[in-house]
Design a protein around this ligand. Structure first.
Ligand code: PRP
Length: 179
């Protein structure tokens, strides 16, 4: 990928400023009760760890792995759980943390799965939202940034498992070929 260009779309500083705001809002919105933060592997890990540290309250942290087939190409993309939660959600407030909502197939499925576990409430926090790409309805309560339909990497997001550890969120651009 050495021929590929990276253009910064959202800087590390902008990301951290927005996460601080979201953390304060979430702290305010959940003054009491058990709050389960569920990170969806792998892309959400960076956002999740920064978001919980921007919150001034006790949280439980857990992770889920989701695999999708045909994602983004069709609204009938198949989704399955590859790593399930360790902790029961019954009676708790649940906050699903995602790096990006694209077609909405993953989160639409996950909301149905987790709703059956009798939580008190479920909401979604997503750092990035690409509303233009939506195929399935998803309500995102906490959005970091709405972005255009461009391929982004960094801060957890990958291309073929690369670039996750970039501090900024960047657009992956193909180089212009010389004539
Ligand atoms: C990404 C992202 C969401 C999903 C969103 O995960 O983290 O889980 O895609 O897409 P959707 O709205 O079209 O369903 P990905 O499958 O790339 O896995 P990763 O987080 O391990 O990179």
């Amino acid at each position: 990928m050495s021929e590929t260009n990276l253009r910064v779309l959202i800087s590390a500083e902008q990301i951290q400023t927005r996460i601080k705001e979201l953390g304060e809002k979430i702290t305010h919105d959940y003054p009491t009760g058990n709050l389960h933060i569920i990170g969806i592997l792998k892309g959400a890990v960076f956002f999740m760890t920064d978001l919980v540290r921007a919150m001034n309250r006790e949280v439980f942290m857990d992770f889920m792995g989701i695999s999708t087939y045909g994602k983004g190409k069709t609204s009938s993309g198949e989704v399955r759980v590859t790593k399930d939660l360790d902790i029961s959600l019954e009676g708790s407030d649940v906050l699903i943390v995602e790096d990006i909502v694209d077609s909405g197939v993953t989160l639409n499925y996950l909301m149905h799965v987790l709703d059956q576990r009798k939580p008190r409430s479920i909401r979604i926090a997503a750092l990035l939202d690409k509303p233009e790409r939506r195929l399935r309805p998803v309500h995102v309560s906490y959005v970091g940034f709405e972005i255009p339909d461009e391929f982004v990497v960094g801060y957890g997001l990958d291309y073929a498992e690369k670039y996750r550890n970039l501090k900024d969120i960047c657009v992956l651009e193909e180089p212009v070929k010389p004539a």
